[in-house]
Write a protein that binds this ligand. Structure first.
Ligand code: C2E
Ligand code: MG
Ligand code: MG
Ligand code: MG
Length: 281
């Protein structure tokens, strides 16, 4: 169908526009083998309490250590992975790795905290997701409340009944659900009422200009109030400056995630952050 093709073409070229054609082809071929060849790695970025600076959790973010290209960011290969369907095995591998790592840290004696894993629309719409999540939890021996699944508003667009049913199953299992990049999608506020959501993550595009653009500041403040009134946890993404942090603190945002505290880091470096967890922001 022409419409679908048009969309696929767009998704194929958009993320890799600035790359030479040869590199794009290499990416597509290489991605197929990346999981088998152990070229994918999971980085972790801390989520910290905005008042105390205490690490409250972490987000698992995939990276690809390409033998020739070096570290490839997910922005460059996730869209390709979605288009080819490779996102399904990649996403499962990330979830499995993140759950095992989280359990290992708990067993090493660090305070239990949750790990957030990103779910793409394609993973979400595929039948069997709920069973797969259950299997990963059982296999890693991680209690469900320590896994948070990050979905975007685009997921909710397709089939609302299916979305509600799937989210309820996950939620009944004990898994937490957050809306990632909140405010950048096309969905209505109605779903916040019907979906079993725990957390809103304010997109970094709003946070970035919080101290210079009153319009973005107003959006951020409003999302914080919305979350408070709906009894949801609210997290600001992409916090890079002290000014942004103090604005968010003044407006009672719960947690923050951003370069100001830490970039996403490999597991061994994240463990160092856990060891020094009394860091005050
Ligand atoms: P996201 O889930 O919204 O993740 C946040 C992104 O913001 C990450 O980019 C993170 O490195 C970046 N970030 C964090 N703090 C700051 C900051 O202070 N300043 C700036 N400029 N950026 C910051 P990353 O790791 O490149 O990931 C990009 C996107 O790729 C993610 O956005 C997510 O949508 C997707 N992604 C990453 N890992 C996975 C995965 O395992 N599965 C799926 N389906 N998607 C993934
Ligand atoms: Mg995310
Ligand atoms: Mg985000
Ligand atoms: Mg994003």
């Amino acid at each position: 169908r022409a419409k679908d093709q048009g969309r696929n073409n767009y998704r194929f070229y958009a993320p890799t526009m600035n790359m030479r054609g040869i590199e794009r082809l290499e990416l597509e071929n290489g991605l197929r083998y990346a999981v088998e060849r152990n070229e994918l790695v999971v980085y972790y970025q801390p989520r910290v309490n905005i008042v105390t600076g205490q690490i409250m959790g972490m987000e698992a973010l995939v990276r690809w250590e390409h033998p020739q290209l070096g570290l490839v960011s997910p922005g460059q290969f996730i869209p390709l992975a979605e288009e080819t369907g490779l996102i399904v095995p990649i996403g499962e591998w990330v979830m499995q790795t993140a759950c095992r790592q989280n359990k290992a840290w708990q067993e090493a004696g660090y305070p239990p905290m949750h790990v957030a894993v990103n779910l793409s629309a394609r993973q979400f719409q595929r039948p069997g997701l709920v069973e797969r999540v259950r299997e990963v939890l059982a296999e890693s021996n991680l209690e469900p409340q320590y896994l948070e699944l990050e979905i975007t508003e685009s997921i909710t667009m397709h089939d609302v009944d299916f979305t509600i049913a799937t989210l309820r199953e996950l939620s009944n299992m004990g898994v937490l659900i957050s809306i990632d990049d909140f405010g950048t999608g096309y969905s209505s506020l109605t779903y916040l009422k019907h979906f079993p959501i725990n957390t809103l993550k304010i997109d970094q595009s709003f946070v970035r200009e919080i101290t210079i653009d009153p319009y973005n500041a107003a959006i951020v403040t409003t999302v914080i109030y919305l979350a408070q009134n709906l009894k949801l946890k609210v997290i600001a993404e992409g916090v890079e400056t002290e000014e942004q942090l103090s604005y968010l603190r003044d407006h009672e945002c719960d947690e923050m995630q951003g370069y100001l505290f830490s970039r996403p880091v490999p597991a061994d470096e994240f463990e160092k952050l856990l060891k020094a967890r009394q860091i005050i922001v």
